[in-house]
Design a protein around this ligand. Structure first.
Ligand code: CO
Length: 476
């Protein structure tokens, strides 16, 4: 497929990538089109919901799905694949009972109607959002709880890791840590009890805490991701209100109690990394899950984020597998400029095409940059499933696009550097191939976004969320 080709997709094809994968595999991939680069060495880890139903009952939203880790190890032109579920005690209890015992944040209810859900606010730790290898630890991340530590060699679950007591049970640790190019893992957690606050942490490569801050937050804060520049932590506080009553009464999940308020601005929170008060800047109402990147330029902050015109949610009555994509807002890449002196905030559209899962070269995180990689829809304007991978040169607007075909549905492209230049590397993405009803792992040359190898798995894996690459090799 070329950049000028667009096509329509069948919802039935897309739905096929939302089937539970109950099996765990471990094998050398033999069915390969193209050639795995001989100098691609290391391990890709990716997390995402692996189980999407239980005991005959579908989960209400894929974000409620149980975390399953995929590992792909690349060595001397070969690739080894393994997948394992994160064995949280809640997951194990449900496995034994073969029925839903816990409500999901995104609306999955226990069987038995509201009577069986009322006042039950226990959540299942689904450990499904991201997975990182840092400082000798492999951690599965889910923003509402401390991370789960796994054995990087076997993917065995080792247990909750409270990071030396810093993140006790009941506190969150976001699924979007940022790796500062100077060699620090920077992350935040949102704490709601006794009061709402943001906890900020910076760790060196041996998990020694080098910076820590706490700041109270005004109003309800749904914070999924953030930006870390040389001197600042930056959050977008979306204009949403939280009315927990339907959740407490057992009618809905917590996420359905979020209400987007078009009358309120989005608040951009800027916190100095070396200490100091939170500064608040206001911009037009929008909803942001993910930031592509951000950096400092004179007295301005340049912030590139994927914005939705309002919170893309599905109500309690709707089956997500029959969702009308056209009824939901699409994610679009916008550039915000925040003047720290005048408080003026402007924003411009960088990419109209529906996009998600932005990535940049790891050496450019929080620094001036030009190139962003994204999962994109095939249609240049309509909201639709992600079926392509794009490299966007931000200063010129030049685009390079690879489409997976009308029956291919992509996931996050993980950028694997092979040099210092922003286009020197590979992009690795999992593609659900509806024609085979199986998944492929596609390796693209980042420079021109063309495939160098397609690895055909002999089974499907459900659409995932986030992952990361380490040059450290773990394999069979
Ligand atoms: Co995310």
């Amino acid at each position: 497929m070329t950049a000028t080709t667009s096509f329509s997709y069948r919802l039935d094809d897309w739905r096929g990538g939302h089937r539970t994968q109950p099996q765990e595999f471990a094998y050398w991939i033999e069915d390969i089109t193209g050639t795995i680069p001989a100098d691609l060495t290391g391990t890709l880890f990716r997390n995402g919901p692996g189980r999407l139903d239980r005991g005959g009952q579908k989960y209400h939203h894929p974000f409620d799905g149980d975390g399953m880790i995929n590992q792909v190890s690349f060595r001397e032109g070969r690739a080894f694949y393994r997948n394992r579920y994160v064995q949280t005690p809640e997951f194990q209890a449900e496995q034994r009972a073969n029925k839903i015992l816990y409500r999901g944040v995104f609306g999955t209810l226990k069987p038995g109607g509201w009577f069986n859900n009322i006042f039950d606010l226990r959540l299942k730790n689904i450990a499904n959002t991201n997975v990182i290898y840092w400082g000798g630890k492999l951690l599965a991340l889910w923003e509402a709880a401390p991370p789960y530590r796994l054995d990087p060699q076997t993917l065995d679950t080792l247990g909750l890791d409270n990071l030396g007591g810093l993140v006790p049970n009941g506190q969150g640790f976001s699924a979007h840590p940022r790796i500062d190019p100077q060699g620090f893992l920077v992350n935040f957690g949102v704490q709601t009890e006794p009061n709402s606050q943001i906890n900020l942490y910076e760790f060196d490569q041996s998990w020694q805490l080098v910076r820590q801050q706490e700041h109270p937050i005004n109003g309800f804060a749904f914070l999924h991701d953030f930006i870390v520049t040389e001197n600042y932590y930056i959050f977008f506080q979306n204009p949403v209100n939280f009315n927990p009553l339907p959740y407490v009464l057992g009618w809905t999940g917590a996420a359905q109690c979020l209400q987007f308020d078009r009358e309120q601005p989005t608040r951009i929170l800027v916190i100095p990394r070396r200490g100091g008060a939170v500064r608040v800047f206001l911009t037009d109402p929008c909803f942001v899950f993910h930031h592509a990147n951000g950096y400092e330029q004179g007295n301005e902050l340049v912030l590139d984020s994927i914005c939705y015109s309002h919170f893309p949610t599905i109500d309690q009555q709707t089956d997500y597998q029959t969702i009308d994509f056209a009824s939901l807002p699409s994610g679009q890449l916008r550039r915000f400029r925040v003047n720290l002196t005048t408080h003026r905030v402007t924003n411009t559209l960088l990419l109209e095409r529906c996009c998600e899962f932005p990535q940049v070269h790891p050496q450019r995180v929080g620094r001036a940059y030009q190139r962003v990689y994204l999962g994109v829809a095939a249609d240049p304007v309509a909201n639709a499933p992600l079926q392509g991978i794009m490299a966007l040169d931000v200063p010129t607007g030049r685009q390079k696009l690879w489409l997976a075909g009308s029956r291919g549905f992509v996931s996050e492209p993980v950028f694997v550097p092979r040099g210092e230049a922003e286009d020197q590397g590979w992009l690795i993405t999992f593609v659900y191939n509806a024609a085979r009803q199986c998944s492929d792992i596609v390796i693209l040359d980042a420079a021109d976004v063309t495939p160098v190898a397609t690895l055909h798995l002999h089974h499907h894996i459900p659409y995932g969320l986030h992952g990361s690459f380490t040059p450290v090799l773990f394999d069979a």
